[in-house]
Design a protein around this ligand. Structure first.
Ligand code: AMP
Length: 498
């Protein structure tokens, strides 16, 4: 996954983008980059300046002098999250910035294209030279090959040819362009700030609205599925950016896992508050739960795996009390916030020390208690297994693991970092006679008294319904129902860029 950000008509575009990316850090911790558009007085035209690097936003942009160089009026930025191997190479760090026959072009992408290999092969045969191994790079090449005159029409032409998930922020000369695939898989929001003295608008684009809050920017609306939004000098005065639309898809397919885990709870994505939906997940999980408190215990102790499951746990406790199953939220696990995904453990770090570096238990809270532990999802099962081992050290009476989403049974081809089918925990127990037997095997493997996943219906009941849409979400990781054909690799999952 990745985070994208864009700003237009700001006196401090690089600084704004830095803070935007800083808020979107959870969407990608491997690399970060900013490309700024500024007017060059000598050349009498807009030039692009950039800085990119591996690591967290604050690490990549730790040198304050960088911001003196990155001056201008518009910028785009990108936080990258990927898995291993080639994607770790510096040439894959976005935004990509290039010069072509119509001038400057820069692009930052969240999502994953499902026909990029096919397109790449065709382009390579035409003589196109690729700089990176990322799927994103086909977009600027397709735009550059377009016979259209205006960059926005060249981009339209390019986006008609790509398939898959894309939420894009781009700059073409002195324009900012945002685009979202017709299925609307990944979120993308538009924000605005009006200068009270000049009445001029500054525009902002971000993967999540938490990036607007840090800059006191007002959320205006989402970029619509299939929309290509053009922001230029005229729209700063009229307050009306122009839109083009790609041909509509048969259905929409917003990634439901963004609500389950990925997005920050203080964000609004797909027009709805993530916090509210996570509470709904907890509420519906409480309704489906069959755990009853032991005789003599006043309350069930509900603990979350911080931070991603805190909100679902609050929803769970509230509903549990409503339906006469007294429950109390407790911080049973404490997370060390300074351990990122890029944390390097010296020596032969075991999986155990990795988990222990990230979480510790509060014995007094857990000891001799009946615990309901809430987590948002189980992917490979490593975290859950290790955490349960850790919690057992506090000697609780019972541990009931509740997951606020259904079992993940399929990889994601649209940008979520889910491993191949073979690496998913559910695959380990594929031979089970039925789902109940499979869950029982997972329960034993993780080592808990009971294991409860939220049902698919419970998940669907927790998320908002969109009017006039029969199918609004992508649930492929839970159901195998893939809304967009995967042309590349005959559907075999390979390394995910973004
Ligand atoms: P594991 O089962 O050990 O692979 O890890 C599952 C945990 O990782 C869950 O508790 C989630 O909080 C978190 N998680 C879920 N999806 C992802 C993802 N796409 N990338 C990184 N972490 C994730």
């Amino acid at each position: 996954m990745c985070g994208v950000f864009g700003v237009y008509n700001s006196k401090t575009p690089a600084e704004d983008t830095f803070y935007g990316l800083y808020s979107l850090q959870h969407r990608g911790q491997e690399a970060a980059g900013i490309v700024v558009a500024g007017y060059d007085e000598d050349k009498k035209k807009t030039v692009y300046r950039q800085h990119k690097g591996m690591g967290l936003v604050a690490e990549v942009f730790k040198d304050e002098e960088l911001f003196d160089k990155l001056h201008g009026y518009a910028a785009i930025g990108h936080n990258r999250y990927s898995t291993t191997g080639a994607s770790k190479s510096a040439s894959n760090i976005q935004p990509f910035s290039l010069i072509y026959r119509s001038g400057n072009l820069a692009i930052a992408h969240n999502g994953n294209l499902t026909n990029s290999q096919v397109l790449r092969k065709e382009l390579t045969e035409k003589g196109v030279i690729f700089h990176a191994s990322s799927d994103t790079e086909v977009i600027p090449h397709l735009a550059a090959l377009s016979r259209e005159k205006e960059p926005v029409h060249q981009i339209y032409h390019a986006l008609r040819q790509v398939e898959g998930a894309f939420s894009l922020v781009m700059m073409a000369n002195d324009q900012l362009i945002a685009a979202r695939d017709p299925y609307g898989v990944r979120p993308l929001a538009l924000g605005m700030k009006i200068d009270p003295d000049t009445n001029e608008a500054s525009y902002y684009i971000a993967s999540e609205t938490c990036a607007f809050d840090i800059l006191s920017v007002d959320y205006v609306r989402d970029i619509e599925p299939g929309e290509i939004l053009l922001i230029d000098k005229i729209s700063t005065r009229t307050h009306k950016p122009k839109s083009l639309f790609l041909p509509p898809s048969k259905r929409k397919a917003r990634c439901i896992f963004e609500y389950v885990y990925f997005a920050r709870p203080d964000s609004t994505i797909f027009q709805h508050s993530v916090d509210k939906i996570r509470r709904n997940l907890g509420k519906n999980l409480a309704r489906e739960s069959t755990v009853q408190q032991n005789n003599g215990d006043k309350h069930l102790i509900v603990a979350s795996v911080p931070d991603s499951s805190n909100t679902a746990a609050l929803g769970f406790v509230r509903e549990s009390n409503k339906i006469n199953r007294p429950a109390r939220f407790e911080h049973g696990l404490i997370r060390n916030h300074y351990v990122g995904r890029t944390f390097i453990q010296p020596g032969k770090a075991s999986r155990e020390i990795k988990v222990r570096s990230k979480y510790n238990i509060i014995r007094g809270v857990l000891q001799n208690r009946q615990i309901i532990l809430i987590d948002d999802s189980i992917v490979r099962g490593t975290t859950a297994r290790m955490l349960i081992k850790l919690i057992r050290e506090a000697d609780p009476k019972e541990i009931h693991l509740h997951i606020s989403s259904p079992p993940i049974t399929n990889p994601c081809f649209y940008g979520m970092d889910f491993p191949t089918k073979g690496q998913l925990l559910t695959n380990m127990f594929d031979g089970a006679e039925n789902e109940q037997e499979e869950i029982e095997s997972i329960r034993k493997y993780i080592g808990v008294e009971s294991l409860k996943y939220l049902s698919l219906q419970g998940l669907l009941n927790s998320v908002p319904k969109f009017e006039n849409e029969t199918c609004s979400y992508c649930t492929a990781c839970f159901t195998g129902d893939y809304p967009i054909t995967v042309a590349d690799n005959k559907g075999e999952k390979e390394e995910c860029e973004c």
